[in-house]
Design a protein around this ligand. Structure first.
Ligand SMILES: Nc1ncnc2c1ncn2[C@@H]1O[C@H](COP(=O)(O)OP(=O)(O)OP(=O)(O)O)[C@@H](O)[C@H]1O
Length: 296
């Protein structure tokens, strides 16, 4: 059986004058899920998404969406792209925008109300976009991008301006879309939120993509605060653990969860008390630091 890739990039490059932003990248995504495109400001995430969606032409290479070339505009019946809010018209209402998109996709007007309710913007649907807040515009962009129930959805910084409850709503909507078979590729700087929705991270660095399965890099660290630090240090070293950090919070060690109880026993048998134990699971933030160095 031939499996048609949801997204396929073949040797794609993009140059602005002499600046090589995307450099002969290859990528195949062949099953539904969420992929996060991550990299520092100015690295080329928007450029790449724009090339994929044929908003700007790639300088070189081939791009296939749902098995079709991105030059075949028909494919965009099933593909959506949530761009930044500069694509919105201030003098039109949310309803006007959605009506326009529904007309293009030949969807009935009832879908406008349905999607507005779904993303929580029904109370300001008829207001002019010029009077929207940043978060309200983001809700509208989300509504526009999902109104056609896309099979493939690209999102450039979808969390911009969202308050915590809107971010939770966005997360739930993304997870629901994936359950229904949609593939989502989103760029975001919000690594904590990315960790909540996916383990598939694609780093963009020096024009190249690095695909990472976060699960394979996840480490559990425990911070132990003990009544006797010197004896504690010796216990860790004797058991073969390296203390990663020693601060007023305690001593941080990488330890598999299955070894924790045994180690607690060792500590208790040695006669010292455990004042506190905290657990930390490394996420995209730590992975990001290995590729790009510490943030801020
Ligand atoms: N139209 C353009 N003409 C010339 N250079 C451009 C153009 N658009 C973007 N660039 C340059 O390409 C590089 C990548 O920009 P891009 O907006 O794709 O980065 P990004 O990763 O999306 O950044 P951010 O995280 O800040 O949104 C930057 O150096 C930018 O200055």
């Amino acid at each position: 059986m031939i499996v048609i890739a949801v997204l396929k990039l073949k040797e794609v490059s993009k140059k602005y004058k002499s600046q090589q932003v995307i450099d002969e990248i290859n990528l195949t995504i062949d099953h539904p899920g969420i992929w996060a495109l991550v990299g520092p400001n100015g690295v080329g995430k928007t450029t790449l998404l724009n090339c994929i969606c044929n908003i700007i032409p790639a300088s070189k290479g081939e791009i296939y969406l749902l098995g079709e070339s991105n030059k075949n505009y028909q494919v965009f019946k099933q593909v959506s792209y949530l761009q930044d809010n500069t694509v919105l018209f201030h003098y039109l209402s949310g309803y006007d925008h959605l009506k326009f998109v529904c007309d293009i996709h030949k969807l009935s007007k009832s879908r406008i109300k349905e999607v507005a309710e779904y993303v929580g913007m029904d109370s300001y649907l008829h207001k002019k976009v010029g009077d929207y807040s940043l978060g309200m515009k983001q809700h509208l962009l989300l509504a526009i991008s999902i109104v056609n129930r896309p099979k493939l959805l690209f999102m450039d910084e979808p969390l911009t301006g969202l308050d915590p409850s809107s971010a939770i709503l966005m997360r739930n909507i993304l997870l629901e879309l994936v359950e229904q078979g949609t593939t989502v590729i989103l760029s975001s700087h919000n690594l904590a939120e990315i960790d909540r929705v996916t383990n598939n991270i694609i780093f963009l660095k020096d024009g190249k993509l690095v695909e990472v399965d976060r699960l394979k890099h996840m480490e559990t660290q425990y911070i132990f605060k003990l009544s006797d630090e010197d004896l504690g240090k010796r216990l860790f070293t004797d058991a073969g653990y390296t203390i990663q950090e020693n601060s007023s919070n305690g001593m941080k060690v990488i330890m598999e969860e299955s070894n924790l109880n045994q180690f607690i026993q060792n500590i208790q048998n040695s006669g010292i008390s455990i004042l506190d134990i905290q657990k930390e699971v490394s996420g995209s933030e730590e992975l990001y630091e290995t590729y790009f160095g510490k943030r801020g």
